[in-house]
Design a protein around this ligand. Structure first.
Ligand code: ATP
Length: 414
């Protein structure tokens, strides 16, 4: 059993270009993190899967990308100006919304950086309904940055001040919220499994009334056992008609929905599954982190599944000083990259070092082009042309190597 510590995760994430401390050369900025070349690929893979599964593959979902800065009246109406606050030690409440200003001089107004993406969905409810006339139940999904001036940012990206949410407001008839709530609770587990989170580390926990957000009548947190304890990964809340009713009242705009079947007009209720990408990335690093010994040598590897792995396969020429090997390897690399963009070229150091490096970033396959690939009987294994246009493909988890034809590679990796 590998002992997974935060030190190991944070150091691997930095060393291998997943996550760096924000503004590091200036001594950092508390609660901010920068995603490096592999971190952004990993994050995009998760976001794209999420969008595919929850938006594009369904007939009851519509997407949205609203502005981060909104008219501050929206945050007054939603209760965030009055109530989005955490207790300080002295017992006073501290509103965690960041403020900035829009405009110049006397016309400048104070605005907020959104503390959740949901706000943009509620204020566009009428726009989306008017454009698409969706039938209830239906959802509006959005992925984007959210900001909270957390009193005590900590535990790496778990609690940061700038983070990213993948949120769905799923609108239902008032009598149908429990069914939707149960479905989204299940969907969260299915998504966890799809991206490769360790299900043994996941627990769904009912949130007690005093711990619920001000807008929620029922909440279930999907929690994860991080190295620092079992804490929230994702949220699920029954927000009733709280938001739409409040925005209708404050804006004076009718946000009711006309049920064409029954002729009834009412404000839909909403169930909100909210996924934080940063906690997801952290949980995924913890789930994937493994140490073992391969061929008598200790190694660290990330056992990402292919769907989320930032690099799907790496291509090596056996030796980098043999132009004919490099040329053939470049050809294979170019061919694979056309269909599968997340392919890496690596010719640094010896093969053993390259394997270790790819293992540490979770690349499922390493492909080596050697003299046998060239089909030259005077070099390689001496089997000559029978191995022409074959390569070795190495499996990350077992270290086993197989000889397969170049033609079959793309379908294998895909
Ligand atoms: P916590 O209780 O841990 O502060 P929360 O209940 O305030 O979290 P929600 O308001 O439910 O969080 O936000 C939805 C999701 O957004 C969370 O499940 C989490 O994944 C993510 N999230 C919230 N706050 C942060 C943060 N400071 N840093 C990173 N992700 C966050």
């Amino acid at each position: 059993m590998t002992e997974v510590t935060m030190d190991k995760i944070v150091s691997l994430a930095k060393r291998r270009g997943f996550i760096y401390p924000g503004s590091e050369i200036y001594g950092g900025l508390s609660g901010t993190w920068d995603y490096g070349p592999l971190g952004v690929e990993l994050k995009n893979n998760i976001k794209n899967l999420w969008w595919r599964i929850f938006v594009q593959d369904r007939d009851d979902m519509l997407g949205l990308d609203a502005a981060i800065v909104m008219n501050p009246d929206a945050w007054r109406a939603s209760g965030h100006v009055a109530g989005f606050a955490d207790p300080l030690e002295n017992g006073k409440m501290f509103n965690t919304m960041f403020t900035t200003s829009v405009g110049t001089g006397v016309d400048a107004i104070t605005v907020y950086l959104r503390p959740e993406t949901a706000g943009g969905i509620f204020v566009n409810f009428k726009n989306v309904v008017d454009s698409f006339h969706p039938k209830l139940p239906f959802g509006i999904a959005q992925i984007g940055k959210a900001f909270r001036n957390e009193i005590a940012p900590r535990d790496f990206v778990f609690r940061s001040r700038e983070f990213e949410q993948l949120e769905i407001e799923y609108f239902v008839r008032p009598t149908e919220w429990e069914k939707a709530f149960g479905e989204w609770q299940k969907n969260q587990i299915i998504f966890a499994e799809t991206i490769g989170l360790a299900l043994s580390h996941i627990k769904q926990v009912e949130v007690s009334p005093e711990d619920r957000a001000h807008y929620s009548k029922q909440s279930v947190d999907t929690e994860f056992v991080y190295p620092f304890g079992q804490k929230e990964l994702w949220g699920l809340a029954y927000r009733t008609d709280y938001d739409l009713a409040a925005h209708a009242e404050a804006s004076g705009v009718d946000l009711s929905y006309l049920d064409e079947i029954t002729g009834e007009r009412f404000i839909p209720h909403v169930v909100e599954p909210s996924f934080g990408i940063d906690r997801t990335v952290l949980a995924l690093l913890v789930s994937a982190y493994a140490e073992d010994a391969l061929g008598g040598e200790a190694r660290t590897y990330l056992k990402f599944n292919s769907a989320v792995a930032p690099v799907k396969a790496a291509v090596f020429p056996l030796l980098k000083n043999k132009p004919e090997l490099v040329a053939k390897a470049r050809e294979v690399y170019g061919m694979l990259k056309k269909d599968i963009p997340q392919i890496m070229w690596d010719d640094n150091g010896n093969i053993g070092k390259r394997y270790r490096r790819q293992d540490e970033i979770g690349t499922p396959y390493c492909i080596t082009i050697d003299f046998d690939t060239l089909g030259d009987p005077s070099t390689g294994s001496g089997q000559g042309s029978s191995l022409k246009d074959t390569i070795t493909i190495r499996n990350r988890d077992t270290g086993e190597q197989e000889r397969v034809s170049i033609n079959s590679l793309a379908s294998r990796i895909a």
